[in-house]
Design a protein around this ligand. Structure first.
Ligand SMILES: Nc1ncnc2c1ncn2[C@@H]1O[C@H](COP(=O)(O)OP(=O)(O)OP(=O)(O)O)[C@@H](O)[C@H]1O
Ligand SMILES: [Mg+2]
Length: 258
């Protein structure tokens, strides 16, 4: 809890974004590079953006890495789960912005305070896990963004539901400047992407990489990360230096149907 409190709202260091895997490398995929271009435009326009797509496809990683490069000091991240209400968003912002004292009790006072603070200097607000957001939640962000004095860009990142909810409401959809869909790692790029991701794949038989993608990883970065982490364990405990089929089958026995 202490860690969450201290780090709340801040961009994590790159290694913290890597799910479970030691020595994993950030891969400059097309999606990662496109995210950086998109976020650059969104910042220049002080606009809103929606990065969406299935779980584990690299949205958080791409958004954080772009912001570490483009706006490390002005980015404030919120992860609000479980259908956040405007009240939850107000409190989330209060913490992420590290405002002093107690949060105001009355919504009107609270909004006045947030709008004043958000008018002080330009900031990028990241609302990650936005698939939990209802229309009312998005409306609240819009309300802050529409305010004449606030100086913000907002990036929503979330599962497909985030896209659906935003698209359904013309009032919201028309205000989203850039929509970026995250898709699986293309089959044609699996080999170079996986090999760049982690050194254990550098000496692996390329057809074995294709087979793992088809049988278990299905182009999902997070699946590749879990498989890599388990293989690392298996290799360390058996003293094996290269990925082989036997180890891969042992990993399959741990992960079930991915
Ligand atoms: N470009 C990349 N280079 C290296 N590793 C990556 C990259 N993108 C994703 N990963 C790996 O995949 C994992 C999952 O990525 P990430 O957390 O960004 O997915 P997500 O789309 O935000 O998923 P969710 O919707 O569940 O939040 C990361 O922890 C990291 O290990
Ligand atoms: Mg994420």
């Amino acid at each position: 809890m202490a860690k969450t409190d201290l780090s709340y709202g801040r961009l994590p260091a790159e290694h913290e974004d890597h799910f479970l895997v030691k020595a994993a490398q950030l891969v400059g995929t097309d999606a990662l590079l496109t995210t950086r271009d998109n976020i650059e435009m969104v910042i220049a326009a002080k606009a809103m953006m929606c990065a969406y797509g299935p779980s584990g496809y690299g949205k958080t990683m791409a958004v954080n890495s772009a912001l570490r490069a483009l706006a490390p000091k002005t980015t404030y991240r919120l992860e609000l789960r479980g259908g956040p209400t405007p009240r939850d968003i107000r409190h989330g912002l209060f913490h992420a912005l590290r405002l002093p004292g107690e949060p105001p009790r009355r919504p009107i006072e609270f909004d006045t305070l947030l709008k004043e603070v958000l008018a002080e200097q330009f900031r990028v607000l990241v609302c990650d896990e936005a698939q939990w957001m209802s229309r009312t939640g998005f409306e609240y962000w819009r309300h802050l963004w529409d305010d004449r004095n606030t100086d913000i860009a907002i990036i929503f990142a979330g599962g497909d539901n985030c896209y659906k909810v935003l698209r359904r409401e013309p009032m919201l959809a028309s205000r989203i400047f850039i929509w970026q869909e995250f898709t699986r790692i293309p089959k044609t790029e699996i080999r170079p992407v996986v090999q760049a991701f982690h050194p254990i794949w550098a000496t692996c038989d390329l057809e074995l990489i294709d087979a793992i993608d088809a049988e278990a990883a299905h182009g999902s970065f997070r699946n590749w990360a879990s498989i890599t982490a388990l293989l690392q364990e298996g290799m360390a405990s058996t003293g094996t230096e290269h990925v082989n089929e036997e180890l891969v089958h042992w990993v399959y026995s741990k992960i079930g149907g991915m």
